[in-house]
Design a protein around this ligand. Sequence first.
Ligand code: SAM
Length: 206
Amino acid sequence: MQSKAHWEQVYATKAETGVSWFQPHARRSVHLIGQTGAGRDARIIDVGGGASTLVDDLLEAGHADVTVLDLSETALAAARARLGERARRVTWLTGDITQVTLPARAYDVWHDRAVFHFLTAREEREAYVRAVLHAVRPGGHVIVATFAEDGPDKCSGLPVVRYSAHGLHAEFGAPFTLLQQEREAHRTPSGTVQQFIYCLCRKAPN
Ligand SMILES: C[S@@+](CC[C@H](N)C(=O)[O-])C[C@H]1O[C@@H](n2cnc3c(N)ncnc32)[C@H](O)[C@@H]1O
């Protein structure tokens, strides 16, 4: 895992619309969050959300309890500036997901696009899964998107682990049921295509 400094520098030197992971709308994430049956009062956390437009889409859809967590304050500041007044409706958390202590059983939906794949050390992945187990309510849903097996081996210049749906699910283990998997060919602002895999899992109800 690279330092916070890497991400602060990325967001300080690149426009939010110029980073390779930029999407004008997070359509697949919104679709999968919809698949969970989450209502407007569902507690949703976007982990490593950065300056993602997912929060805009969720607010637009009427979701009233959205948290965005990221290592980079600069990324969160960019998202807040874009949202203007609407940013007040969001809970913003700065921290490293492998170290932060989130409230217990607090979230109905955990969403992560392109963060888990940076965890190249087993201990980091274990810490991440512990955070999910702690913070997602029993019966809650977890959506994680990473580069697929045929995706790039680097993201933002950092090495990543690429996954199949079953390999990704295996990282989370028995308390989680794999409900759905979807592939996505993401076109970066420079026109490159990156293959993603999205997994929707449900945490056991007890
Ligand atoms: C490739 S970007 C994806 C951003 C966003 N999820 C999206 O899809 O647009 C990865 C993001 O994860 C954040 N990040 C990286 N490692 C993290 C960690 N250990 N804890 C929290 N955020 C992290 C970075 O600051 C960055 O915003």
